[in-house]
Design a binder for this molecule. Structure first.
Ligand code: SF4
Ligand SMILES: [Zn+2]
Length: 395
């Protein structure tokens, strides 16, 4: 195994996907400075969930290629004052009481390069003065450190519940590396969750439904095992995200070539149905609707059919608000032609996953000028992909 491959394995990244994503992202424009923040409200079991996104230079992992489904965007680095002002305006723009407040940059709130120390500390002060019962921050697990947790806890009023939301995505290390390019490790998720709990901070695990290269059935199975594993290994809550097709992502490249479709909302219902009812109160769903204000940010979203779409979405809203097993049962039993068609489609025969991924890598390599790399430096990577078929997973 060459040094590059070994180094890539250490940080969980995949040099092929990182390079490919770099090429796919190249024509991407930077986020408009005219939209420094975005906020929205959803109904959840605790009341109103308010989410604030504020513009930063972007996720550092994205700059190294990033995850195959994500396009949070990049931007000229706003000043500390501008970031703080964005959050201030976003908080002031809420016109209803907020029970749970999520504040998120374009990546990781605890990453000191993305959100410098002074900005974070001033944003914490704004959050501390905002009336709410719970505060959630989104971050990659590697930024969850003793120092960052102490700072967060000290900044907020006593008795306020704090939480960190981590993109676990999949519990399968092979899928994380060869299909998502997640970087980091599952062991680091466990470490971060343990440390967060020592400080009384709750942990949310974000879970993908509809990862690149997976068949609809594989995607369902991957989401289900990930949710269950996460709840048994440090997460207080698991959040299932059915993936949208965003421009300048690998998902979009595959979608444009008919090699990917976003998951059906019936797959989301199926994930919930397969999770034991005792866990439902800990399982949330997110982004089953598109909240994007412009078509340029989204090419295709999870869906059903025009006949049942609004009904299904409003029942998913109900599940978001009540996390009740009864709502899942109602949705699972929902009669629509598209529900039957979706069910039949799960039985479709597909090649083994490793074989499929290898074939796609060669096809994408040829299309994006990475074929030579695959044939030389990439041999170790291809061998690691094949390890799945041999039952020895090298990831
Ligand atoms: S999913 Fe998170 S870690 Fe991955 S590129 Fe997007 S913001 Fe960065
Ligand atoms: Zn339908």
């Amino acid at each position: 195994m060459n040094v590059t491959i070994r180094k890539q394995q250490e940080d969980g990244s995949n040099i092929f996907l990182s390079r490919l994503m770099g090429i796919i992202r190249k024509p991407r424009s930077q986020l408009s400075v005219d939209q420094p923040f975005f906020n929205r409200i959803e109904r959840v079991t605790a009341g109103n969930y308010g989410e604030v996104w504020f513009r930063t230079a972007g996720c550092q992992w994205d700059k190294r290629g990033g995850c195959t489904m994500c396009n949070y965007g990049t931007s000229p680095s706003p000043s500390t004052g501008a970031m703080v002002e964005s959050v201030k305006q976003a908080l002031a723009a809420f016109d209803q009481p907020i029970s749970e407040l999520m504040v998120s940059p374009s990546g990781s709130m605890l990453d000191p390069v993305e959100v410098p120390q002074e900005a974070r500390s001033r944003i914490y002060s704004l959050i501390a003065a905002f009336p709410t019962s719970k505060v959630l921050l989104e971050t990659r697990s590697e930024w969850i450190t003793e120092e960052h947790l102490l700072e967060l806890c000290a900044s907020q009023p006593i008795g306020r519940q704090l939480a960190v939301e981590i993109g676990l995505e999949s519990i399968d290390p092979w899928i994380r590396r060869f299909c998502i390019n997640k970087g980091g490790s599952i062991a680091d998720f466990v470490r971060a969750a343990k440390l967060a709990h020592q400080h009384g901070v709750e942990v949310y695990a974000n879970v993908c439904l509809g990862t690149a290269f997976l068949s609809p059935l594989e995607a369902i199975e991957d989401a289900v095992v990930t949710v269950i594993w996460a709840l048994k290994n440090g997460a207080d809550h698991a959040v299932v995200f059915p993936l949208h097709v965003k421009p300048y992502t690998l998902l979009d490249t595959l979608y444009q070539r008919d090699a990917y479709a976003p998951p059906s909302l019936w797959s989301l219902v199926e994930v919930l149905r397969r999770i034991e009812p005792e866990l439902h109160s800990k399982v949330e769903i997110a982004w089953y609707r598109s909240y994007y204000d412009t078509d340029t940010k989204i090419h295709r979203s999870p869906d059903t059919c025009p006949v049942c779409r609004e009904d299904v979405l409003s029942q998913l809203d109900q599940f978001r608000a009540n996390q009740s097993t009864q709502t899942i049962t109602t949705l699972s039993d929902y009669a629509c032609v598209c529900h039957g068609r979706w069910s039949d489609s799960l039985a479709a025969n597909t090649d083994g996953l490793a074989k499929r991924v290898e074939a796609e890598y060669y096809r994408l390599g040829a299309e994006f000028g990475l074929d030579e790399w695959l044939a030389t430096d990439g041999i170790g990577l291809i061998d690691a992909i094949r390890s799945r078929s041999r039952g020895i997973i090298v990831a």
